[in-house]
Structures are given as structure tokens and as C-alpha cells.
Design a protein. Structure first.
Ligand SMILES: Cc1cc2nc3c(=O)[nH]c(=O)nc-3n(C[C@H](O)[C@H](O)[C@H](O)COP(=O)(O)OP(=O)(O)OC[C@H]3O[C@@H](n4cnc5c(N)ncnc54)[C@H](O)[C@@H]3O)c2cc1C
Length: 549
């Protein structure tokens, strides 16, 4: 979901008979947490299914339920975790000519939260689905995009040229409110007083964008580790985004909704639970430009950021011999002087191997590191225990045709529902220019914000998954009453630990320091390093770790 509107611009399956389809669907079934059933729902029957990360394997960590290592091998550099951060670390090492590494990923596929699926109709995202135009400071994101063929020219310029296919087609977004779709995400048809507040909010954001500290650093840079440490902006982290709005005299319900939506979109967290620094970062940090796109355009692909992880994977495979071990979980880590040992459980062989490494780049979540690290320094575990992760539910709806519209704004790439707990949906086929509309896939995003993350996670998994499917459909029936009639199948994915919550105080929390200041053979690379789960942050964390390793 991408809510970066120009504020002033809006004043006011298994049953398929197609062999390819069936083969692809069966491939998808290899995701361990799978179950399926049929739904009637007073409409033509459709299939439902649930997927998710390899929970059973991950949960074996709790009891350390793995065979003892059968052998010990030497390895120069191990990377643990194959999401954006781990892949970026591998990419950076390979760019520097270092090819003596191996990346271990517990899942059967790389990509982490940027994983994607595929059907005979289209690829589609299971998690991250867009990248804002990279800023000038995002030099490594730009370099990666150039290597992947997405950034075509002007890598050092203010406005590079990007692959036309990746620039989001119009209409980019729309909002369903009061029974109608409107263009853009800022609610229209609001009181004049509210319009004034939109304008004033935009002016404030613009001021943040233009300002710099004595060292020339921006208050809200992306990657965030390059942002100013000036207390005038970092002190914003002491309060939450909602309170900050109120303190600035903003009381427009529509503006509050919009900002709340933005916090849920980027962090899975309500504005009242989000640091004001992080909330403002969403609006003030992204000022990337493109020579061949509008200012507020984003980069996207049918499979979302899964395109970038797949292409990085291919790029590495072409240059490095055997860079990856999938189905390979790090079950134990011991650090010593100048070396680290990791026990990797290779699930497909049901055996463990101990790797004695000169360096370990940890690109899996911090809570997993706290669990497997045998001898961390004493403050490490309590510091990291403070990081709360918000669960997300993602649903992919496979439709025979696009949903009918209730006007006046036509189907967009990003379709957001006002007053919904969820964020709405993106359309996987949006980037495909078709003569006639046909079958499509809608990806529906639902961060489980508003309650303690641990309680939300328990509810997400304790509630029978068919109930979640019913809840998704109930929400979507508001704008699309007949959606069940065009539904072929619906699959959900439960992300138990979707993303860390940047709550007030996160900037200077001991957790970030504990992760950034690891000494010795272990370097931390996961996006938890910044506390904000974004492609650019994960990429920077991976590159930084590769350079330290
Ligand atoms: C639903 C959802 C939507 C999102 N949308 C966007 C978006 O549109 N744009 C955006 O920029 N960001 C988005 N994000 C944020 C996204 O998380 C980041 O962009 C980025 O993908 C994080 O990458 P990472 O490598 O830091 O972490 P992860 O993706 O968490 O990768 C960590 C990897 O480590 C592996 N692992 C864990 N434990 C072990 C172990 N013991 N041994 C081996 N491997 C292990 C995991 O399986 C995983 O593959 C979204 C996140 C979610 C959940």
C-alpha cells in the first residue's frame, strides 16, 4: 500500500484443469503450513487455503529439537537468513569479489517477507509489494536496481531513468469512502477547515524535507541510519504520532485517518502506537525522483518486491558457485575469538552440520538470534526482548474477472478502504496492459494493529483460518457485494512476526544499539537494525554488514 499522496493535489488452484496452473499450485503447496477446504457462501463454490512460514520447523528452535551435528566444516562467511537483507549482503560481497560465502535460509524459498507466489494468470506478492523511488542517499538500492536492470541510467543524478514496466501505471490509488470510490487516498468531500489542515500538514512536511543539520544531514533520511541525530528532530521520538498531530493543532478526522493509515501501511502500527519520528519519516523521507515518472510514483511488479529478491537470487547464481542452502535452519550459534560456529539443520536431509566460520552475517530476525546464540553478552537478550513485532495477514484472491466498480474512480493499483482494520488490496495484473480485462489476483493486506502484538499473534493463529477468510470477504463485500461470485480461490498467509513496531522511544532504545554494536565475528544485518521494516533499510543493513565482515 502506498499512501504518499500529493496532499495539495487533493484539496477538497487445485481444481484447475490447466496443467500448468495445477503444477504451479502444487509447487506452492510445498509451503509447510498448508490446508485447504471448499466454501459455499451462498455463491458458486470456491477453494480456500492457508499458507505461512515454516512454523513447525521454526518452533523446533524452542526445544532445540535437532539432531547433533554429524560433521564440522570450515566456511569463510556464513549469511543466516535469505530475505532482502541477507540477499543484499550476498550481493555486496559478490560485488567486492568475495565469493567464499554461503547463505542459509530456513524456508524452501528465498525472499523472506518479500516472498511471492505464482499462478497460471500472474505472479503475486505474499508480502512486500512496492518500493518508493530511491532517494539520493539510497546509493546501494540504486546500485542494486542498476544491476537488476530496473534502473536504466542516471544512477548518480537527481532523477534516474527507470524501467517503464516497473513504474506504477495510472491510476495509482483510490479510496472507498461513503459508498463510493474516489481517486487518491486523501479523503475528499471534507469540511473547508479540514482542507486547510491538509495544506498546513503538507507545508510542515515540506519544511522537514528542506531542512538539514550542521553536518548537512536530513532529519528523515532513508536509510534512516544516515539521518540527523540533532535533538530537535530525534526528540520527536519521545511522543507518538497521534499526540504529535494534536499538539500541532491538527484535529481533522480525515487527516487523522490518513496518517493512521500511513503508520499501519509502513509499520503495521496505529498512529497512537507509532513514534512521531517514525510517523513523520514515512512522509518526509521519500523524496526520490525519476526522469520518466511522476514525483509520487512508486516501483512495483506483479509479484511485488518478490521480483527484486528473485532477480537478486538469479544475479548471484550467475556469479557465485552454490551461494544458497535452502531448507537450512541455524539452530545454534557460538561466538569465540576470531571465529563463530553455527549448527545448521538441513531439513531435507534431516541432518545437522556445524560450520566453523570467520564471520557470520546475521540477516534473520533479532528474536531468533536471541534464541539461538549460546553465549551472548549479558545485556543482549533483555535489550532485544523489547522489540515487539506486529503480525500481518495477507490474502490472495484469485478472481475470474476484476471486481465491478461502484464509481466514479476506476480500479487502481492500490485500492484502500476507509474505516477498515485492513489496508485494502493491490491488483497483481495492474502493470500488464491488456486489451480486455480477464482473470486477476487481488492481494489484501491486514496488519493486526491496535492490541499487544503477542495477543494479536495468538488470536491470528488460534482463530480457525476459514474464519479469517470469512472476515476478509466480509470487508471486501462492502465495496464489492458480488465478489464471491467471481472468486475462484482465496489463500491466506499468516505472518506471525510481520515487522517490528517503531513505538515511541525506539530510536534510542538499547535494542538498536545492541544490534548495531555487535563485536567480533558476528555482524547483524536484518532490517530490525533500524527498527523500520522497509526494503531500503533491509538493503542498507545487509550492505553495511557485508562491508564490516
Ligand atoms: C505483509 C508485509 C508487507 C510488506 N510490504 C512492504 C512493502 O510494500 N515495501 C517494503 O519496503 N517493505 C514491506 N514490508 C517489509 C519487509 O519486511 C521488508 O521490506 C524486507 O523484506 C525485510 O527483509 P529482511 O531481510 O530484513 O527480513 P525478512 O524478510 O524477515 O528475512 C529474514 C529471513 O530469515 C529467515 N530465517 C529466520 N530464522 C532463520 C534461521 N534460524 N535460520 C535460517 N534462516 C532464518 C526467514 O525465513 C527469512 O527468510 C512488508 C512486510 C510484510 C510482513
Amino acid at each position: 500500500m502506498a499512501a504518499r499522496d500529493a496532499l495539495s493535489a487533493h484539496p477538497a488452484d487445485p481444481q484447475s484443469t490447466h496443467p500448468m496452473d495445477r503444477r504451479r499450485f502444487l509447487t506452492a503447496l510445498s509451503a509447510p503450513a498448508f490446508a485447504a477446504c471448499d466454501f459455499k457462501n451462498g455463491a458458486p463454490e470456491f477453494k480456500g487455503a492457508v499458507f505461512g512460514p515454516a512454523m513447525a520447523l521454526g518452533h523446533r528452535l524452542r526445544n532445540n529439537d535437532f539432531p547433533a551435528p554429524a560433521e564440522t566444516r570450515n566456511l569463510d562467511i556464513a549469511i543466516v537468513g535469505g530475505g532482502v537483507a541477507g540477499l543484499s549482503a550476498a550481493w555486496r560481497l559478490a560485488k567486492r569479489g568475495i565469493k567464499t560465502f554461503r547463505l542459509f535460509e530456513l524456508e524452501d524459498a528465498l525472499g523472506g517477507n518479500s516472498r511471492a507466489g505464482s499462478s497460471a494468470v500472474t505472479p503475486y506478492p505474499w508480502g512486500a509489494h512496492y518500493l518508493p523511488l530511491p532517494t539520493r542517499e539510497s546509493v546501494h538500492v540504486r546500485a542494486l536496481l542498476a544491476d537488476l536492470g530496473v534502473l536504466k541510467s542516471g544512477i548518480d543524478s537527481d532523477s534516474p531513468v527507470y524501467d517503464e514496466r516497473a513504474i506504477v501505471n495510472g491510476p495509482q490509488d483510490r479510496l472507498y469512502r461513503n459508498g463510493l470510490w474516489q481517486e487518491g487516498l486523501l479523503p475528499r468531500m471534507v469540511a473547508p477547515k479540514e482542507l486547510d489542515q491538509y495544506k498546513r500538514f503538507e507545508e510542515l512536511i515540506e519544511r522537514f524535507k528542506q531542512s538539514q543539520d550542521l553536518f548537512g544531514r536530513k532529519p528523515f533520511a532513508i536509510p534512516s541510519l544516515l539521518a540527523s541525530r540533532d535533538v530537535r528532530t530525534t526528540s520527536l521520538d519521545a511522543t507518538d504520532m497521534r499526540r504529535w498531530l494534536v499538539s500541532q493543532g491538527f484535529d481533522s478526522p480525515a487527516l487523522h485517518w490518513y496518517v493512521d493509515y500511513a503508520c499501519r501501511d509502513d509499520y503495521g502500527s496505529l498512529s497512537r502506537d507509532t513514534s512521531a519520528w517514525a510517523g513523520l519519516h514515512y512522509f518526509a523521507s521519500r523524496e526520490g525522483r525519476a526522469k520518466n515518472a511522476d514525483t509520487h510514483a512508486v516501483l512495483t511488479w506483479p509479484e511485488g518486491n518478490g521480483f527484486l529478491t528473485r532477480r537478486t537470487e538469479e544475479w548471484l547464481q550467475e556469479r557465485v558457485a552454490e551461494p544458497f542452502s535452502r531448507n537450512s535452519l541455524c539452530a545454534k550459534l557460538v561466538t569465540g575469538r576470531g571465529f563463530a560456529e553455527i549448527d545448521i539443520f538441513h531439513a531435507d536431509q534431516n541432518r545437522s552440520v556445524r560450520y566453523r566460520c570467520k564471520r557470520v552475517i546475521w540477516a534473520a530476525p533479532s528474536f531468533v538470534l536471541a534464541r539461538v546464540w549460546d553465549n551472548p553478552p549479558p545485556p543482549f537478550r533483555p535489550a532485544v526482548a523489547d522489540i515487539q513485532t506486529v503480525p500481518w495477514l495477507v490474502a490472495n484472491l484469485h478472481l475470474r474477472e476484476p471486481p465491478a466498480d461502484t464509481g466514479p474512480a476506476p480500479l487502481a493499483w492500490d485500492n484502500v478502504l476507509y474505516n477498515s482494520n485492513a489496508l485494502g488490496y493491490v491488483v497483481a495484473t495492474h502493470q500488464v496492459l491488456r486489451v480486455r480485462p480477464g482473470a486477476t489476483v487481488l492481494t489484501y493486506y491486514w496488519p493486526h494493529s491496535g492490541e499487544a502484538p503477542a495477543a494479536a499473534r495468538k488470536r491470528l493463529f488460534d482463530t480457525p483460518w476459514p474464519e479469517w477468510i470469512k472476515a476478509v470477504l466480509a470487508d471486501l463485500k462492502r465495496p464489492h457485494p458480488d465478489i464471491a461470485k467471481i472468486l475462484e480461490r482465496i489463500e491466506i498467509w499468516r505472518w506471525g512476526h510481520g515487522m517490528p513496531q517503531p513505538s515511541p522511544g525506539f530510536l534510542n532504545a538499547p535494542a538498536r544499539a545492541a544490534l548495531a554494536n555487535l563485536k567480533g565475528p558476528l555482524v547483524f544485518a536484518h532490517s530490525d537494525l533500524s527498527g523500520m521494516s522497509l526494503f531500503e533499510e533491509a538493503n542498507y543493513a545487509g550492505v553495511r554488514a557485508a562491508d564490516l565482515a
